[in-house]
Design a binder for this molecule. Structure first.
Ligand code: SMG
Ligand code: MG
Length: 378
């Protein structure tokens, strides 16, 4: 798809930033007390584009980490895109980097930056380019593993008071059925889900059968991070829909997972599938097969959050996302804060490109290192 304009990338810059989190976020694979990520900035003639990489300090959620993303962007991805001439459509980013196997989080960050610049040059918003239909999107919240059920409930009550429409509990072996049952007993009517981040095996099926009794909206990624077949086996034993996150790397995985019954819901994260355009294809595959999707989160700053909220405006996104307000994560976000309305919705950015830019002061204070990739010399 092209609307006839192209941009030429004149320079690109990588930047690693660190923002303290309001409270530590604990999952089955560890605890984060600060958000550290790589940003990509591309400069074209009259426009600048920003992208955010969802990799973390260590490769626990996926295979990439901040240093690998930095290296793949500087050495292979940015040169491949910039040296191949003007970008007449954002699809070129994926085409020009297809020879690099994997590194989907890094690819997604670069595509986001190029797409932002290209859309700004054409004065179009990301949501409208993707085919978004909603102006406001319903939001859920993901609650990290807490030291006690009391602490968890106190946190959840705070979120419910703000209007969040679905609460997701992180679980891990040893902190699962009993904790979820207590939360369910305390909050019988709240839409609740759990996310295991691949911490279990099929041998734990009885545990999931116990969770099946608690009226959960879904059970997210219970088994192996790259598994489909065991998820299909587990799904036959449960009424609660399984939602896949880590296992879905592209639209082809989504089609395969749905066909084999490995999930009944999909969590879409653009960074996990190699970019926003592939994320839209995952959405399309699911929509054609009547499988609900929602937009996940990777504790993004306002840059990545803007694109998640734009994705959430697509018509097949029928469940609240992990698209929470800036204040749930940061005292000061990198951009103007994303705000939750009292009805549990968030406004979709409508300005050109991703609709937000980093606040210069916060950006400078958060920056750990930068590197200019001199594309003129390529
Ligand atoms: O952005 O609110 C958020 C976090 C949502 O739970 C969340 N993300 O597996 O879905 C997931 C996790 C991955 C991040 S753990 C560091
Ligand atoms: Mg998940």
């Amino acid at each position: 798809m092209s609307d006839g304009h192209s941009i030429t990338i004149r320079s690109a810059e990588l930047r690693e930033v660190a923002l303290p989190l309001v409270r530590p976020f604990r999952t089955s694979f560890g605890e984060d007390s600060e958000k550290r990520c790589v940003l990509v900035r591309v400069e074209a003639e009259d426009v600048t584009g920003w992208g955010e990489c969802v990799a973390d300090v260590e490769p626990r959620y996926g295979e990439e980490w901040n240093a690998s993303a930095w290296e793949s962007l500087a050495t292979f991805l940015i040169p491949s895109v910039a040296a191949a001439g003007p970008v007449d459509t954002p699809e070129r980013v994926a085409e020009r980097t297809a020879w690099v196997r994997g590194h989907r989080m890094a690819k997604a960050a670069l595509e986001m930056a190029v797409l932002d610049a290209w859309l700004r040059a054409g004065d179009a918003s990301l949501a409208s380019h993707l085919g978004g239909v909603a102006e406001r999107v319903p939001c859920g919240v993901s609650v990290g593993i807490a030291p006690s059920v009391e602490a968890m409930l106190e946190e959840i009550h705070g979120y419910l008071a703000k209007g969040y429409r679905r609460v997701k509990l992180k679980i891990e072996p040893g902190r699962d059925v009993a904790v979820v049952r207590e939360v369910r007993d305390a909050l019988p009517d709240v839409p609740l889900s759990v996310d295991a981040n691949a911490a279990y095996t099929l041998a734990d099926a009885p545990l999931f059968e116990a969770l099946d009794e608690l009226g959960l909206v879904m059970i997210e990624q219970p088994l192996g991070h790259d598994d489909l077949i065991d998820h299909a086996r587990l799904q036959t034993r449960l009424r609660t829909p399984i939602c896949l996150d880590e296992s879905i790397r592209h639209a082809h995985d989504a089609a395969a997972a749905i066909q084999m019954g490995a999930c009944r819901i999909i969590n879409i994260k653009p960074g996990r599938v190699g970019g926003l355009l592939e994320a839209r294809r995952v959405h399309d595959v699911a929509q054609e097969r009547d499988v609900p999707v929602w937009i996940g989160g990777m504790l993004e700053t306002g840059i990545g959050r803007a694109t998640n909220v734009a994705m959430a405006a697509l018509p097949g996104v029928t469940m609240p996302g992990d698209t929470s307000a800036s204040e749930r994560y940061f005292h000061r976000d990198l951009t103007e804060p994303f705000v939750l309305e009292a009805d549990g919705t968030m406004r979709v950015p409508a300005g050109p490109g991703i609709g937000v830019t980093p606040l210069p002061g916060v950006l400078e204070e958060s920056t750990l290192r930068t590197q200019v990739v001199d594309v003129e010399k390529l």
